[in-house]
Design a binder for this molecule. Structure first.
Ligand SMILES: Cc1ncc(COP(=O)(O)O)c(C=O)c1O
Length: 445
């Protein structure tokens, strides 16, 4: 307790920091502070070990503060802090791009770096628009997202995203955007492990949207292969295959937002591999550095990149980029993280653990107030019944109790709990996590 007070004194007070996606007043009344981390655990300022049931924020896939990543970042900081990102580069940018391209399926071989998932999404949408433009199809300006989609918080991302609270207070957003229906139906899919049987037909809605606007006006469709942020919604069987076929039929680019699903969450380097569907553009972030340094990016099909490589050679082909695109520290962390994923077979490990994980999550079926449980790879979404007086209140209390009473970090979206631990989680820890979640659920009913 004393140390918490000391910590507060060191930081002076809690007023200045405006926390992201957090109810600030509630947080500042009872802060949840984390001082350090190792492997599967966080440690609070007073030394309490807290099990990380969320891999940071779906990002520390190799676990926290892994020695090889820490060493790589520290070596890099000594050697090269920064090199101009425009007109210049540094060797590790090329090394990491090659490594990412080698992991990605098919001819997804050209990697554009940025610093977050939101930037990755805006980058992919811009590349899609520019691609049609350079090919003389500049009339293709419409973007299609999906209800319940989360694509970060840039204006592009919230425009194609499908979460009302992320959209409704921010003006008119991008124009010319339409949305596919969400793929979730509790009535047809409740308590499904993995990909639901019902719902593949919802991809046909894309044909309706294409017919409404005319195919020659549509640039791209963007979806998360598995929607993570709105509560773990795996794609219905055959849904992504159908989207791919419809996009092909009409010359529309397909973008997968793999910010959460990339780097092992679903037991493969990318969900594209799990589902056997190759998009034209693939957004990644989070797991690329196992959360250690901010980084995001877009992987493009070779032919798509080639379409830009025309005109005089001294002229920039794509007027887009960030000061910190391929930042040396991020590249060093990325290479070390990919080494760890490979050397410890972490994607295969996630795949092997999936049945045990799904069983442990589904064992909570039947607890009071549990309306649905969904799983895919090492992720689970659990819908709790909302309290009559306030949607989201029960979920918030569950997150709070998990941290304070059970020494566990979980994620909430409204009254939905999401559990997605680092891929190094042991079988015993999977049991421990869901035992803790069960006690939390009973406590908040
Ligand atoms: C699918 C998806 N896209 C984009 C983002 C945004 O990433 P960031 O918060 O790094 O901007 C997220 C974050 O959770 C995400 O899940």
């Amino acid at each position: 307790m004393t140390e918490i007070i000391d910590f507060a004194r060191q930081t002076n007070d809690l007023d200045a920091f405006w926390l992201p996606f957090t109810p600030n007043r509630a947080f500042k009344r009872a802060p949840r502070l984390i001082a350090r981390a190792k492997g599967m655990h966080y440690f609070t300022p007073d030394g309490r070990a807290v099990l990380d049931g969320l891999a940071g924020l779906w990002c520390t896939n190799a676990g926290h503060n892994r020695d090889p990543i820490v060493a790589a970042i520290s070596r890099q900081a000594e050697e090269l802090d920064y090199a101009a990102a425009f007109h210049f580069s540094h060797p590790k940018a090329f090394e990491l791009a090659s490594r990412v391209a080698a992991l990605a399926p098919g001819d997804l071989n050209r990697v554009f770096f940025c610093n977050s998932g939101s930037e990755a999404v805006d980058t992919a949408l811009k590349i899609a628009l520019a691609y049609h433009n350079v090919r003389g199809e500049g009339g293709r300006t419409r973007l299609i997202g999906r209800e319940r989609g989360y694509h970060g918080v840039g204006f592009g991302g919230i425009s194609v995203g499908g979460i009302v609270n992320n959209r409704k207070t921010f003006g008119t957003l991008l124009t010319g955007v339409d949305h596919l229906p969400a793929t979730y139906s509790r009535e047809h899919q409740a308590f499904t492990k993995g990909e639901p049987e019902w719902g593949g037909h919802l991809a046909d809605e894309l044909e309706r949207i294409v017919a409404l606007h005319g195919p020659s006006t549509i640039a791209a469709v963007i979806v998360e292969p598995m929607a993570g942020s709105t509560g773990v919604l795996p794609p219905p069987k055959n849904y992504l295959q159908k989207l791919r076929a419809i996009c092909d039929r009409h010359g529309i680019l397909l973008i997968f937002d793999e910010v959460i699903t990339g780097f092992g969450r679903l037991g493969h380097a990318f969900a594209a591999e799990r589902y056997g569907v190759t998009p034209d553009l693939l957004c990644f972030a989070k797991g690329i550095t196992s959360g250690a340094v901010p980084m995001g990016g877009v992987i493009a099909r070779e032919g798509l990149y080639d379409a830009f490589m025309r005109g005089p050679e001294h002229v920039i082909e794509l007027f887009h980029g960030y000061t910190y695109s391929a930042h040396p520290l991020a590249c060093a962390a990325g290479i070390a993280a990919l080494d760890l994923y490979r050397d410890e077979n972490l994607f295969e490990r996630a795949r092997a653990l999936e049945p045990r994980y799904a069983d442990a999550a589904m064992a909570l079926e039947g607890l009071p107030g549990v309306l649905d449980i969904r799983t895919a790879g090492l992720s689970a979404g659990i819908d709790l019944a909302a309290r009559a007086d306030g949607p989201g209140e029960r979920g918030y209390e569950a997150m709070e109790r998990a941290f304070q009473d059970e020494d566990l970090v979980i994620r909430i979206t409204g009254d939905t709990l999401a559990i997605a631990p680092p891929l190094i989680v042991s079988e015993a820890q999977i049991g421990e996590i869901f035992d803790k979640v069960a006690r939390v659920i009973k406590a908040v009913m």
